[in-house]
Design a binder for this molecule. Structure first.
Ligand code: AHR
Length: 330
C-alpha cells in the first residue's frame, strides 16, 4: 500500500515537472514578445512615408504580402519624420505586437527605442534601410539592398562612358534625405567609383529628399549656379524626374546635354530611360513584402535567421529599359 502511494506521488511529481518544462520552453521563445501565443502573428510596421514611386510600390508589397501570409498588419506612415517612427514603435510595444518591422528614415538615433522593444521581448526586423547601432542584438535581421553597390554601379557606368574625356566632366548630385542610409551609401559608392578618373568632378551635391518636388527645386538652383553641368546623378528616379522639368525649362535636352543617372527603376523612371531622357538606372527593388513576412514567421517561431539578407538587383541601359518596360510591375 505504502509502495503504491509512493509510486503515485512520483508519477504526479513527474507530470508536474513535465508540464512546467513545456511551459518554460514556450516562454523562452524569443520571438513571441509579450503577446499571447494564439498562433496568429501581428506585425507593427512603421513606413518612412510616401515620398516616391519606390515607396508606394514598397507599401503595396508589404500590405499585399501580409494579407497573403495571414499576418495582421498594423501600418503607420511616418511622413519622413524619425520622431513619428519612434512614437509608432512605442505604440506597437504597448500593443504587444509579435514582431515590429520598420524602414528607418535615418540611420542614427535608434538605440533607446530598439532597447525598449528588446526589453519587452518583441523582435525587430529592419527592412529597406538599416541603422548604425553598434549593438547588433537590438534587431534580428536586416532585409534590403546594398546601397553602396548601387552607387558604385552608377559610378562605374559613368567611368566607362567618359573614359575618353580629356577635360573636366562636371557632375551634380541630388542626394536623398540627409542621414538616410541610401543617401549616405549611394554617395559613398558613387564617389569611390568615379575616383579612378580625376576628370570626373562632383561640383555640387545637395539633398532633394527623394521627392520629385525636391529634385526639381534643387536642380533649378544647380542650373542657375553652374553654367556647365555634364552629368546628373540622382539618388532616386523621382528626383531625376523632377530634375527633368528644371532641365527642360532651362532650355537643355535631358539625356543629351546632360547625362542622367538614377537609382530605383520604377515604371516612370524606366519610361524616362526608354524615352532617352535618362541614360542609366541602378535598380533598387521595393518588392520586399514576401521575404519580410517569411522572416516574421521564422522570428516568431524562434528560428535563427541570417543577420543580413540582400535583395538581388540589376542595372538598366536605355535599350534594356525598352525591353523590360512591358513587364515592369511597379
Ligand atoms: O530606401 C529606399 C529609397 O527610398 C528609394 O531608393 C527611394 O526612392 C526611396 O524614397
Amino acid at each position: 500500500m505504502r509502495k503504491m502511494r509512493t509510486q503515485r506521488a512520483i508519477a504526479v511529481l513527474a507530470s508536474v515537472l513535465l508540464i512546467g518544462g513545456v511551459a518554460a520552453c514556450g516562454n523562452s521563445d524569443t520571438g513571441g514578445g509579450g503577446s499571447k501565443d494564439d498562433g496568429k502573428i501581428t506585425m507593427g510596421f512603421s513606413q518612412v512615408g510616401a515620398e516616391s514611386g519606390w515607396r508606394t510600390a514598397n507599401t503595396t508589397s508589404i500590405k499585399e504580402s501580409a494579407a497573403a501570409a495571414g499576418i495582421e498588419l498594423k501600418f503607420d506612415d511616418a511622413q519622413q519624420k524619425q520622431e513619428n517612427q519612434i512614437k509608432a514603435i512605442r505604440n506597437y510595444i504597448q500593443q504587444k505586437v509579435d514582431v515590429i518591422a520598420f524602414s528607418p528614415v535615418v540611420e542614427s538615433g535608434w538605440d533607446t527605442v530598439l532597447k525598449e522593444a528588446k526589453d519587452a521581448g518583441i523582435p525587430v526586423i529592419l527592412t529597406d534601410r538599416s541603422v548604425d547601432s553598434a549593438d547588433k542584438t537590438l534587431y534580428k535581421t536586416f532585409l534590403g539592398s546594398d546601397f553602396v553597390k548601387e552607387g558604385k554601379l552608377a559610378g562605374e557606368w559613368l567611368v566607362e562612358q567618359k573614359k575618353g574625356a580629356t577635360g573636366p566632366v562636371n557632375i551634380v548630385e541630388l542626394q536623398g534625405n540627409t542621414g538616410a542610409a541610401p543617401a549616405n551609401d549611394r554617395k559613398k559608392g558613387f564617389g569611390e567609383a568615379i575616383a579612378v578618373n580625376p576628370n570626373l568632378k562632383i561640383i555640387a551635391s545637395q539633398p532633394g529628399d527623394f521627392t520629385r518636388a525636391g529634385g526639381k527645386q534643387v536642380m533649378e538652383q544647380f542650373l542657375k549656379a553652374n553654367p556647365k553641368i555634364d552629368v546628373l546623378f540622382a539618388h532616386n528616379d523621382d528626383m531625376g524626374l523632377g530634375a527633368l522639368e528644371a532641365i527642360t525649362a532651362a532650355g537643355k535636352v535631358p539625356g543629351k546635354d546632360i547625362t542622367i543617372i538614377t537609382v530605383d527603376a520604377v515604371k516612370d523612371g524606366m519610361q524616362a530611360l526608354a524615352d532617352g531622357k535618362f541614360n542609366f538606372i541602378a535598380e533598387c527593388s521595393p518588392l520586399l513584402g514576401p521575404q519580410l513576412m517569411d522572416l516574421a514567421k521564422k522570428v516568431k517561431a524562434g528560428e535563427t535567421v541570417p543577420p543580413r539578407i540582400e535583395t538581388e538587383e540589376t542595372t538598366f541601359t536605355q535599350e534594356q529599359a525598352k525591353e523590360a518596360l512591358p513587364n515592369r510591375k511597379y
